[in-house]
Design a protein around this ligand. Structure first.
Ligand SMILES: [Zn+2]
Length: 205
């Protein structure tokens, strides 16, 4: 794998309280780390262990002796530096949480392309978006009031509220704390360790 693509791999950034706030590329993560603004978090025997830059260099040298398939390395001048997957900001650095763009693609991804009324997953061209409370009833075009909906449920519901149409939502729509497309990254074994932090936030968000 060429070095440039490794530099474009993703690193999950946690705030001081171990809450995931955004995703940055390795280049940015290494800068934070080098400037002592962040530490690396690694899962070791079911526990999260933190490393500052110096100890990460040390660990990299040791672990590079027996590389694991889910680990990437950057070639530094005299040693190899293991690519972090998660880093946590220290008290010196503040970073705003990433905002998720409100658009069709992200709404579909949030709802996993699933009709939020009947639970079916039709092909995208048979999937539409529905105002839960219709606009004619004062419903807004927001994360909280728009859901994925198959064409059949959409026409069945018409301009009515779910109560009026006697239809129930599978889940209460909410603004996702992360780009819902990130869920796809978790299927990549390299980002396996993100799971804890992303599912946790999904439960609270
Ligand atoms: Zn449906």
């Amino acid at each position: 794998m060429p070095g440039s693509s490794i530099l474009e791999t993703n690193v999950l950034v946690l705030n001081r309280f171990y809450m995931a706030i955004r995703v940055v590329n390795v280049r940015r993560a290494m800068t934070l780390l080098y400037r002592q603004c962040a530490e690396v978090i690694v899962m070791e025997q079911d526990q999260f262990v933190s490393y500052d830059f110096e100890s990460w260099v040390e660990l990299s040298q040791l672990s590079s002796l027996e590389k694991q398939p889910d680990e990437d390395y950057l070639q530094a001048i005299s040693y190899e530096l293991r690519v972090p997957r998660i880093c946590r900001l220290t008290r010196f650095e503040r970073m705003p949480a990433q905002t998720v763009r409100f658009n069709r693609k992200n709404l579909f991804a949030r709802d996993d392309h699933q009709c939020q009324y009947c639970g079916q997953k039709p092909p995208t061209n048979k999937l539409s978006l529905d105002h839960v409370i219709p606009r004619s009833h004062g419903g807004q075009t927001t994360w909280e009031n728009i859901v994925c909906c198959c064409l059949r449920c959409n026409s069945r519901k018409g301009g009515r509220t779910p109560q009026q149409a006697r239809m129930t939502l599978l889940t209460r729509p909410a603004k996702p704390r992360f780009n819902p497309l990130l869920a796809d990254s978790i299927t990549d074994p390299r980002y396996e360790s993100w799971k804890t932090f992303l599912t946790e936030s999904a439960a609270t968000g």
